[in-house]
Design a protein around this ligand. Structure first.
Ligand SMILES: Nc1ncnc2c1ncn2[C@@H]1O[C@H](COP(=O)(O)OP(=O)(O)OP(=O)(O)O)[C@@H](O)[C@H]1O
Length: 627
């Protein structure tokens, strides 16, 4: 074992690319073929009927070339025979029957070819759609912190980009099987005549195959190694020309900067790719010449045999035809083999992405059934010495945090930018798990509950809420998408969040498309968007509502009104509010002050003012600003 390992590591030592990234090893390339059975299973699952039909048509088609060559041989031999006989005694009917048979075979072969192409395209489309759906479903299961990892994005990007090439791979794998069978039929005839011809065939074709596979490997390495840069290129292309960025790109005069960066990166890729394709073209020409030489050597041999009368004219055409056809087929099979191997490598990225597992899943801690979510929440949430560090971050975003969020309480979070307020909220919603300590809900660790159920009971509106390019009504309904057709409920939520006055002004009302991306869409002001987003909170029937500064763009009066209503409408519910405005913060039952991720103080507005600590200081600072 150790020996073979060292053998492989010798022949497959990773060659650094000019930019220092390693290229792929021979072993990696071949082991990628192991992905094919799983791939074929996926195709089968896509549509067993279409797959079966496809295989059946291809099998039939595989037998046709040899049948046609054979009929051709019979036709020629019979022509030669007839031409030697006296004109009067010539019986041409059998010859005409043969010609009719060849005609029938030709038409049938063409029809089969079209049938195969049709099934390939239908199956390919279905497969591409299902792959995209699987991709979206899997991405939805993964944890938030996986999305914050750039390696993850590279995997996702590679998996996403290959939807089309996987369809091509499917057709290639099936064609490969078909051609191998055709080759088998043709080889029987050739071997019967002279087995050495088969060897000549291999000698003619194998160098081309090795060359092809070498260049395929290089090309995969190049593309694979360039994934982050290609992602950047896409980003630049989009940032340079999109409705979301146009405003700042113009104001700051950024287009030159973006274009320069794009040009530098794309030129570098072009240069590397150019040198590869030039080499590939040069070697390809050489190997094609070797292949042609092999063919002509065999041809000369068969002609000589015919001249000496050892084979008939009909056999000459059969053999020359078989040889030419086999050469084409073998070349196709071998070069397709390397592109199948290449496709299988890309498939690895696809499967790698699906191998990623979320960590925040049910029953993680207990290994038993999750406990049911309390309805209503009795005690509330308890933070016990909670600490959290983002993936790849040096610094703790939160540390040693202990406090209680009581059931039915309205708690405001106060702290300067970067203090850790949003992080705390994300921990409550179990978008992340604490790195240290634990969060209890009614005495049980949050991890003992089913995360999906927990998230159903928690409604969070973030400061960077999504501006969905959807009609106004649906934009509110995303708060509880099951109710997207429940118009009275949507309108009630709009009233509660003050979004109703925004929607009343839209030409299409609740049906009006918002955002400029799609036809007829109208954009809203920052504050108007926020009222829509707030409506999502009211669509939810959650026991814990969290508003993470979604009101920053509201004018002072609107924010005051929003929070007054919020307080009334969430009577008896637990709520967390984040705001930098103290006029809002003071409405909360208690206020938790965080600084640099650490607990500072907690209490009501009056208590904290009397205490004269950080809160009192921040409050006075803001109040002074208004004097
Ligand atoms: N996804 C992330 N990856 C790494 N670090 C992060 C991430 N999100 C936030 N941080 C860091 O964690 C710390 C706390 O951030 P957080 O967003 O919780 O602050 P905040 O109190 O909500 O700030 P603000 O008032 O500006 O919204 C900051 O230092 C921030 O840089």
């Amino acid at each position: 074992m150790a020996r073979s390992d060292s053998f492989f590591s010798t022949i497959s030592a990773k060659k650094p690319r000019p930019d220092g990234k390693p290229s792929l090893t021979v072993r990696e390339r071949f082991s990628a073929l192991r992905n094919l059975p799983a791939f074929l299973r996926l195709i089968w699952q896509t549509s067993p009927g279409l797959t079966l039909g496809n295989v059946a048509l291809r099998l039939l088609r595989a037998a046709l070339p040899v049948a046609m060559l054979y009929v051709g041989q019979l036709i020629l031999d019979s022509v030669v025979q007839l031409s030697r006989e006296p004109a009067a005694g010539r019986a041409v009917t059998p010859l005409l029957m043969l010609v009719a048979l060849e005609f029938g075979l030709a038409v049938f072969s063409d029809a089969l070819g079209r049938g195969v192409a049709l099934l390939d395209s239908l199956l390919g489309d279905l497969f591409a759609n299902q792959s995209s759906i699987r991709l979206m479903q899997h991405a939805a299961e993964l944890d938030l912190d996986q999305f914050e990892d750039s390696n993850f994005y590279d995997k996702l990007e590679r998996a996403r980009r290959q939807t089309l090439s996987r369809t091509v791979l499917m057709a290639q794998v099936l064609s490969q099987a078909q051609d191998v069978i055709t080759m088998g039929f043709l080889a029987v005839g050739l071997v019967a005549f002279n087995p050495w011809l088969l060897l000549l065939l291999l000698v003619a074709v194998v160098p081309a195959f090795l060359g092809e596979s070498h260049f395929n490997e290089r090309s995969y390495s190049l593309v694979h190694g360039w994934t982050p840069e290609r992602r950047e290129l896409d980003y630049l292309r989009q940032t340079g020309a999109s409705d979301e960025t146009a405003k700042e790109v113009k104001i700051f005069g950024l287009s030159g900067f973006l274009i320069d960066r794009f040009r530098t990166l794309s030129d570098e890729f072009y240069q590397q790719n150019k040198s590869l394709v030039i080499k590939r073209a040069g070697w390809g020409t050489f190997f094609a010449a070797v292949g042609a030489a092999g063919y002509y050597a065999a041809y000369v041999y068969i002609i000589t045999q015919t001249v000496y009368g050892r084979v008939s004219i009909g056999q000459l055409t059969f053999l020359a035809g078989s040889f030419a056809r086999m050469r084409g087929l073998l070349e196709g099979i071998l070069s397709r083999f390397s592109s199948v191997a290449e496709g299988a490598l890309y498939l690895q990225d696809f499967f790698d992405f699906f191998a990623l597992r979320p960590r925040i899943v049910r029953q993680e801690l207990t290994g038993e059934r999750p406990i049911p979510f309390p309805r209503p929440i009795k005690q509330g949430f308890t933070f016990e010495n909670v600490g959290f560090k983002y993936r790849n971050a040096e610094k703790w975003a939160l540390r040693n945090l202990s406090f209680e969020l009581q059931a039915g309480e309205k708690l405001a979070l106060v702290g300067e930018n970067g203090a850790g307020k949003t992080t705390l909220v994300k921990l409550l919603a179990r978008l992340y798990d604490p790195t240290e300590g634990r969060i209890l809900l009614d005495g049980h660790d949050l991890r003992e509950y089913d995360p999906a159920e927990l998230r159903q009971e928690i409604g969070v509106i973030f400061q960077d809420f999504v501006r969905f390019q959807l009609p106004a009504g649906q934009n509110l309904a995303v708060g509880r998408i099951e109710h997207k057709d429940n118009q009275p409920r949507i309108e009630q939520a709009a009233q509660q969040s003050l979004a109703d006055s925004v929607i009343a002004k839209l030409p299409g009302g609740y049906e009006q498309m918002i955002g400029r991306r799609f036809n007829g869409g109208v954009d809203l002001s920052g504050g108007e968007w926020q009222k829509i987003a707030l409506g999502r909170a009211y669509m939810r029937d959650a026991q814990l509502l969290i508003l993470d500064e979604p009101t920053a763009a509201l004018d002072a009066r609107a924010e005051y009104e929003v929070f007054q209503r919020f307080k009334e409408l969430t009577q008896g519910k637990t709520a967390v509010l984040i705001s930098h405005r103290f006029s809002t913060v003071r409405m909360a039952d208690r206020i938790l002050v965080i600084e640099n991720g650490q607990f500072q103080e907690i209490g009501s507005h009056e208590q904290l003012l009397a205490r004269g600590g950080r809160y009192a200081e921040l409050f006075r600072l803001q109040a002074a600003g208004y004097q």
